[in-house]
Each structure stands twice: as structure tokens, then as C-alpha cells.
Design a binder for this molecule. Structure first.
Ligand SMILES: NC(=O)C1=CN([C@@H]2O[C@H](COP(=O)(O)OP(=O)(O)OC[C@H]3O[C@@H](n4cnc5c(N)ncnc54)[C@H](O)[C@@H]3O)[C@@H](O)[C@H]2O)C=CC1
Ligand SMILES: O=C(O)[C@@H]1CCC=N1
Length: 262
């Protein structure tokens, strides 16, 4: 595979790290950004080419992952348009930018996939949602194969992409805050900070794995933990009195309202 990541920033580098540690058969991986000095000292191996020259990266690649800020997208697309051929697939991971906006610059004859991974792609645990334009439909299988080697994928209708961004991409930050709060609680209850974080992380992973592996609904697993008159239901009810579920849902909806303004 000949891949280019245009915009090797936070998300672009997370994708690159995941790819380099995966089973993907990479022939080359071009990483571009405006200022490359902070990448040139890194030892990524001979398959990784670092350049500020997007055109060179496109000419030597087939799968082009565009990972720039939303406000930078149109300028980048205009810059690379002249190098695009039928062999190319554009995969945009840019927040809030619709396929029709990309087509308005590149036209409808280029395969365009819109995707939303999250930063857990760096450890091959991303939840990645995907959709495509008409030309990109035939490339969805190969794009899905790439992202499946970096986590889990779901093909969705484009109208759900903003919601997917909030749940899965912003979701990493939301879950981090829940893990941090659990850590703070564990410290208050007597654990040192390192142990507290380990307890919080592994319990979070355990809860998630229980649902993934059993296919159960969360309440089925909660019922197994909540001993009648026990400490779990007492704590759980207090959390709900304080608005745990409600504040989480309100936060998701607020995030969603914001994303529609980006
Ligand atoms: N799915 C997720 O979990 C996340 C998604 N995002 C989305 O990913 C996109 C990138 O976000 P970040 O990585 O946080 O941004 P960033 O600012 O860290 O990275 C963007 C990179 O693009 C480069 N760039 C800008 N103009 C360029 C050009 N003309 N040619 C080549 N490179 C250029 C910059 O030098 C920078 O390295 C955004 O659309 C953002 O909303 C961001 C963070 C998480
Ligand atoms: O916060 C943001 O706008 C981007 C989109 C999802 C994750 N980061």
C-alpha cells in the first residue's frame, strides 16, 4: 500500500503510529505538514517519507488521508487537485466537512471517503465510522480493511457523521474525564495516584470488555453487581441524583450543536 497522510498533526500522527505498528503491508507512508522540523529527527524507518511537499506525496501514493483542520481543507484540496488520478482514493478525516464540499473542489470523479477515527487508532483500538461518495463506494472495502486493522469500523449514512464524531472522536476525551474522576475518587479513598489510575483504567476496560464479549445490555451487567441494600446501588443512585446520565447526555448534545457550527 502506498499511503500519504496530508497534515501529520495530532490525528494524522495517531493514524501513522497505528499503521506503523499494524499488520498493514505498507510500501510507503508519506507524512506531510507545513513545518516538518519536529518530525525529521524521528526514526520512523525507511518506508516513511517526511515532506512539506504535498504534490510529491500525492504523486507517490494511492491512498491519501487528509487530516488538516477544517479551515485548512479547501486550500489543501486546491493544492493537490492537479495531481489526482483515478488510482487515488481521498480519505478525509476532517471534522464537519461534507463530501459535497470536497467534491465542489475535486469533482465527482475522484473516489472520496469521509471517515472519523479517534486517537485510539495509535494503539489500534479506534472506533472508525465511514461513508463514501458514489465513486468511492467501490473503494470502501479496502478503506474498511485498513481501518479494521486499526480497530473497529462501522459504515454509516453521512448524515450521522457529526453525531459519530461526538460519540467516538470527542468521546475519547469524555471517557478520559470519567476515568480521571474515578482516579480522584480512589485517591480520596486511600490509594496513591499511580495505583488509583490503574484501578480506574482496568475497571473501565473490564466494563467495556464485558459488554463487547457478552453482547449484554449495560443494565444486565449492573444487575449482577448491585447487591440488594448494598453499597453499589447506594452509590449509583447518588450519582444519578447528582445528574450523572443527564449531564453526560447534555454534554453530548452540546458538543453536537457546536459541531454543526464548525
Ligand atoms: N477523530 C479524532 O479523534 C480527532 C479529529 N480531529 C480532526 O482532525 C483534523 C486534524 O486535527 P489535529 O490533528 O488536531 O490538527 P493539527 O493542527 O494538530 O494538525 C493539522 C496538521 O496539518 C498541517 N497542515 C496545515 N496545512 C497544511 C498544508 N497545506 N499541507 C500539509 N499540511 C498542512 C499542520 O502543519 C498540522 O501539522 C481536524 O479536522 C480535527 O477536527 C482532531 C482531533 C481528534
Ligand atoms: O474537538 C474537535 O473539534 C475535534 C473533533 C473531534 C475531536 N476533536
Amino acid at each position: 500500500m502506498k499511503i500519504a497522510i496530508i497534515g501529520a498533526g495530532n490525528l494524522g500522527m495517531s493514524i501513522a503510529k497505528g499503521m506503523l505498528n499494524s499488520d498493514l503491508k505498507l510500501d510507503s507512508l508519506y507524512l506531510t505538514k507545513r513545518t516538518i522540523s519536529d518530525l525529521t529527527n524521528c526514526n520512523f524507518g525507511t518506508k516513511v517519507k517526511i515532506t512539506a511537499n504535498n504534490n510529491k506525496a500525492i504523486q507517490n501514493s494511492e491512498i491519501i488521508i487528509v487530516a488538516v483542520q477544517p479551515k485548512q481543507l479547501k486550500q489543501v484540496l486546491s493544492e493537490i487537485k492537479c495531481d489526482l488520478q483515478s488510482k487515488h482514493t481521498i480519505i478525509s478525516v476532517v471534522t464537519g466537512r461534507k463530501i459535497e464540499e470536497i467534491e465542489s473542489v475535486l469533482g465527482k470523479e475522484i473516489a472520496i471517503i469521509r471517515s472519523m477515527p479517534n486517537t485510539a487508532i495509535s494503539v489500534s483500538e479506534s472506533m472508525t465510522c465511514l461513508c463514501a461518495n458514489q465513486k468511492g463506494e467501490e473503494k470502501l472495502t479496502s478503506a474498511t480493511t485498513i481501518f479494521n486493522s486499526l480497530g473497529t469500523t462501522l459504515q454509516i449514512d453521512e448524515k450521522l457523521m457529526q453525531a459519530a464524531t461526538v460519540i467516538c472522536a470527542s468521546g475519547i476525551a469524555f471517557w478520559m474525564r470519567l476515568i480521571r474522576a474515578t482516579t480522584q475518587g480512589a485517591i480520596q479513598l486511600g490509594f496513591d495516584a499511580k495505583e488509583a489510575q490503574e484501578l480506574a483504567m482496568q475497571t473501565c476496560l473490564g466494563a467495556s470488555s464485558l459488554l463487547v464479549k457478552s453482547g449484554n445490555h449495560p443494565e444486565q451487567e449492573i444487575d449482577k453487581v448491585t447487591t440488594p441494600s448494598g453499597c453499589t446501588i447506594e452509590g449509583l443512585n447518588e450519582m444519578e441524583h447528582q445528574g450523572l446520565s443527564s449531564s453526560l447526555i447534555k454534554g453530548l448534545v452540546t458538543s453536537f450543536e457546536k459541531i454543526n457550527q464548525i
